[in-house]
Design a protein around this ligand. Structure first.
Ligand code: GAP
Length: 454
């Protein structure tokens, strides 16, 4: 059992050593809170994204894809309320100049973060006096064109949701679909976070996977329950997060956004504490009403059954992609024991990723670098790759070292080709988790793997 403090350290070092996640801009001394996804991290992220898309978009009748720009007409952010209210409450220490989120300080003190009152509270670092609470807008500002004046100001989107509300009218008019109708988007969002940190948990740019699910107002509570069930199944069936590590927290009326009729935060027990992983909100008709008001366009839906026109309600399940990667790595990193070359037991680090998420599914390892073994192993690797199975072919180092490497990147199956394979046309498949080995005929390898990836 890995202790939580060590779990995070092990995770960060494994992720760097094995090519999942590197500190960003490292050759220039780094750049605070930016991270590069390396070869295996990118594949893991891509697998999560692809499975999500298949499950919630192409796999459903009622959800459609959309791709909207990162930089939109700034009026959209005025309408959504982001320009005015998308801010964090901050306090500074007058002595050591450190900056804190006032709501986080309240949380640390065991008080209600929604009722920020820091009277009598001093700097947790040096005991100095704190300033009054100030609000800092999180929108990333930029300028369009050559002149940097106020008329050219634009913003990087703080969530992918905004574009979907703005595109609603065109989708409504081009698809002519009945409600419920969902729009799904995956993409980058940007927030000028004041207190980023905890590795990839809170960064200034991150990927979101969001659905805006437009429904008849009276159907909203039921649609909320449906998406709650979907989010639970995603966590348990796809990510294989232990139910004990996730909590579905009902947000009280005082704490949730004023427009939300109901919000549930999906929280995960990260090694540094229980924090938000995903969110689910009943955003009512707030967004479309605001866009209707500001754009002066009619955004109502004409119900073909009743002939009534109304603004649909929106149920919004939202998934942070980077937080998913973090939760998956934290959940599945493990240390057990394996036989060493001398026959003693030695600690083994292993990433027990669900096979469908693993960046590499199969590693083909000829036992020795001999021509006849290579002659059999290399075509086997090529065949699996051609079948769309992410396959690595590795002839370097001892077999023990090659197993360790694959265990650490989470490869579920290592296939060795040995001297016997040349005569019996069978290979040995080693299971990452149990380290048990089975002999399988070369002709059956592809089906064997595909069966387990279903
Ligand atoms: N459209 C709703 C929305 O954006 P949110 O709770 O602000 O809601 C949704 O963000 C998800 O995006 C969060 O649950 C989290 O997974 C992810 N997220 C938010 N801020 C983030 C940050 N600074 N770094 C990484 N992920 C973040």
């Amino acid at each position: 059992m890995i202790q939580p403090e060590t779990r995070m350290e092990l995770l960060v070092s494994l992720a760097k050593r094995r090519g999942f996640i590197y500190p960003g801009s490292e050759i220039y001394g780094g750049f605070a809170n930016s991270w590069d996804y390396g070869p295996y991290g990118s594949e893991l992220k891509r697998n999560i994204r692809d499975i999500w898309w298949k499950r919630f978009v192409t796999g459903r009748q009622d959800v459609y894809a959309i791709e909207t720009p990162i930089i939109m007409n700034p009026k959209a952010w005025e309408a959504s309320g982001h320009l005015e209210t998308f801010s964090d409450p901050l306090v500074d220490c007058k002595r050591c100049r450190k900056r804190f989120r006032a709501d986080h300080l309240m949380e640390q003190l065991g008080r209600d973060p929604a009722a920020i009152d820091l009277t009598g509270v001093n700097c947790p670092e040096c005991g100095g006096e704190l300033t009054d609470v100030r609000h800092f807008n999180l929108m990333f500002k930029t300028f369009i064109g050559v002149t940097e004046d106020e008329s050219n100001v634009a913003y990087l989107r703080p969530e992918t949701a905004g574009g979907m509300f703005v595109a609603w009218k065109n989708v409504r008019d081009s698809l002519h679909k009945r409600l419920p109708l969902g729009l799904a988007q995956i993409g980058k969002a940007f927030r000028n976070e004041i207190t980023p940190g905890n590795y990839i948990f809170r960064t200034r740019e991150f990927d979101q996977m969001e659905i805006e699910y437009f429904v008849k107002p009276e159907d909203a509570p039921q649609a909320f329950e449906m998406w709650l069930g979907e989010m639970k199944r995603w966590c348990e069936e796809v990510l294989k997060l232990r139910p004990a590590n996730t909590e579905y927290v009902e947000i009280s009326e005082e704490e949730r956004a004023f427009y939300s009729a109901r919000t549930i935060d999906v929280e995960y027990q990260y090694p540094f504490g229980q924090k938000e992983l995903y969110g689910l909100a009943n955003r009512t008709d707030y967004d479309l009403s605001r866009h209707q008001e500001v754009s002066k366009e009619d955004l109502r839906y004409l119900d073909p059954e009743t002939n009534e026109r109304y603004i649909p309600y929106v149920i919004e399940p939202t998934w942070g992609l980077d937080r998913t990667v973090l939760a998956v790595l934290a959940e599945h990193i493990d240390i057990d024991e394996a036989d060493s070359v001398s026959g003693d037991k030695e600690p083994r680090m292993v990433l027990r990723l669900p096979p469908i998420l693993a960046p590499v599914k199969v590693a083909i390892l000829p036992l020795q670098k001999k021509d006849d073994l290579v002659g059999m192993a290399a075509p086997l690797a090529a065949m699996l790759r051609e079948a769309g199975i992410a396959t690595e072919y590795d002839t370097s180092a001892s077999i023990g070292k090659r197993y360790r490497r694959q265990d650490e990147i989470g490869t579920p199956w290592c296939i060795t080709v040995d001297q016997d394979s040349l005569t019996d046309q069978q290979v040995t498949i080693r299971d990452r988790d149990t380290m048990e080995q089975v002999r399988v005929s070369v002709a059956d390898v592809r089906a064997w793997v595909e069966e387990r990836l279903k």
